[in-house]
Design a protein around this ligand. Structure first.
Ligand SMILES: CCCCCCCCCCCCCCCC(=O)SCCNC(=O)CCNC(=O)[C@H](O)C(C)(C)COP(=O)(O)OP(=O)(O)OC[C@H]1O[C@@H](n2cnc3c(N)ncnc32)[C@H](O)[C@@H]1OP(=O)(O)O
Length: 240
């Protein structure tokens, strides 16, 4: 499937579509399995106190593991074949993607009037000792704000993110995030999001306000043309 670049949404012979669906499901499961293993590796590497020889042995094993993974690589202008951009499936999103070693991952759910999220940050996300790096909090908040704006029917790109750090975010502690759209003014959408612990959901540790701008068609084509429409790499199509 990686080689052919065919869409999983192609309407065709039902048996073939069924087989593709099964193969996609299997590939996504394998991507998640690798993501889980990588996250364990990243977390244990951030927490390790193993001696130097053990670390060198581990480095050699990891270098060996990169060989099969590196065999078929996509380029910047190609979406992962396991993704479904319009369906909201982003396997390697660095916040929510189950295939990303960088993602906690943050699990987001649609709720009444907004969205909620949950995750636990390990030692790999440490900023001040025992607490999350402030940039990691901003990352989580930007993602859930973007999700809330999309879910409300006003998808856009972040142009401003104001983050107020009221108290440190503890590591190895279940977190609760929430976000809601607070204003829509033409193409400008404002949303508010918070981080709290699951144990004290009403105590806001970090609060962010994000301003999102819905793209005009020309902006979307200029920024994402080749990804959204493969033929847009042809200037005749891109400037339609
Ligand atoms: C069921 C549903 C499930 C949903 C399932 C999908 C889930 C999906 C989740 C995805 C979650 C991703 C969450 C991460 C979101 C990112 O990380 S996005 C990446 C980071 N952001 C960027 O890279 C954006 C960079 N900025 C830009 O490219 C350009 O600013 C833009 C966005 C193309 C806009 O172009 P522009 O020329 O700056 O602005 P323009 O269009 O002329 O202006 C529009 C208005 O915005 C204002 N504006 C622009 N910038 C600013 C600013 N910084 N401050 C204030 N006002 C501004 C302008 O002044 C103008 O105002 P008015 O004059 O109309 O009053």
């Amino acid at each position: 499937m990686t080689d052919s670049g065919r869409s999983y949404h192609t309407i065709g012979d039902p048996a073939e579509v069924e087989a593709e669906t099964e193969s996609l499901r299997d590939r996504r499961a394998a991507i998640t399995e690798l993501g889980d293993a990588l996250r364990t590796l990243v977390e244990q590497a951030a927490a390790t106190e193993a001696p130097a020889d053990e670390l060198r042995r581990a480095a050699a094993l990891v270098r060996e593991a990169t060989i099969p993974v590196g065999k078929q690589q996509r380029e910047r202008g190609q979406m992962p074949t396991a993704d479904d951009l319009l369906g909201g499936v982003r396997m390697y999103n660095p916040v929510c993607g189950s295939g990303s070693a960088l993602a906690p991952p943050l699990l987001i759910e649609l709720g009444a009037g907004g969205v909620t999220g949950s995750c636990t940050l390990g030692l790999a996300y440490e900023g001040p000792p025992m607490y999350a790096h402030g940039g990691v909090s901003a990352l989580l908040l930007d993602q859930i704000l973007g999700y809330a704006t999309s879910a409300s029917g006003h998808p856009g790109m972040t142009v401003r993110l104001d983050t107020e750090y009221r108290a440190p975010v503890p590591l190895q502690t279940e977190l609760r995030l929430s976000a809601e759209v607070v204003n829509v003014d033409g193409r400008k959408v404002t949303a508010r999001a918070t981080i709290a612990t699951a144990a004290e959901p009403d105590r806001e540790l970090v609060v962010a306000t994000g301003l999102f701008i819905a793209l005009r068609a020309d902006q979307a084509i200029r920024l994402f043309g080749t990804v959204l429409h493969p033929d847009a790499s042809n200037p005749a199509v891109a400037h339609d």
